[in-house]
Design a protein around this ligand. Sequence first.
Ligand code: FPP
Ligand code: MG
Ligand code: MG
Length: 323
Amino acid sequence: MKLTDLYMYLRGDIHRIETEMGGAVSEVSPVLEEATLQLLEAGGKRIRPVFMLLGAKFGNYDIQKLKHIGVALEFIHMASLVHDDVIDDSNLRRGKDTVKAKWDNRVAMHAGDYLFGKAISRVALFEEQGIHETMSRSMHEMVLGEIEQIRFKYAWDQNVRTYFRRIKRKTAVLIAGSCNLGAQAAGVPRSEQRSLAFFGHQVGMAYQITDDILDFTSSEEKLGKPAGGDLLQGNITLPVLFAMEQSPSFKKELRQAFADGAPSKGKMDELLEKIKASGGIDYAREINARYLQKAYQSLEALPDIPARRSLYDIAAYIGTREH
Ligand code: FPP
Ligand code: MG
Ligand code: MG
């Protein structure tokens, strides 16, 4: 089962949002146009617009209005990835050269900023104060998440709470915001807006925990981006935090291995094996399952319409995804 099979009935509306995105970037400078078109063609799961549309299904669903929020969400997401690839020095995403690899960091910086600007211009079409608040909060929280990730690089003494705060900010807030924005734009009652946002938060946390697990268990071929890079780059994720908590001597070993810069390939393989053997991956999977369970529970407060089933199915898919 593919993810897109889970929301076939939204395909037309997602296509509409994609067409709108293409139109929005067609009048730019040649280099920006090429860079942004490459980003659009690289595709992606469009998971944020999907969550937004599903949130709107609980109220007055008007695609003419919703499409603008869909464009804004996907542009914000794309822009954040273009910038993230600069920060992480990543050359491959979705099986293609990143903007920073194909051009350079300066072009990536401008391509990201350009998309942010385009996103804001869509949000400006709305009068609802809440929509502006949710959108801007999502953006500044993402920046805080990335800043925290930089601050806590190679910080072997950090506790697990800093990890959860970081992934909440960098990933879960925008996914929660997506669910909530669709609901706001469709005039869904407040209590249901809250349930949708809560659902998005839990799913967003699970999404990033899964991403962090896949970095250990998957391959470049499957992911379309290099695997195994988190630890090497000092990004300390849940499996590593678990392994360090289990064994103070392993924590010491990690600290020493990175004391003089990047460890050798042989040493890295040894460290990765130890993390796997510690049960850290299983632990992360357990936490992931708990978040998903809470996500399912938050759906119970919502009316039983087909969109609720789709949200459930997508959450379940996210928990088992392999790329
Ligand atoms: C990918 O994480 C990156 C993010 C989820 C967020 C990136 C956010 C920014 C660059 C801040 C700027 C954003 C705004 C909205 C102004 P990752 O590096 O763990 O995942 P990857 O393996 O896919 O690169
Ligand atoms: Mg990153
Ligand atoms: Mg990255």
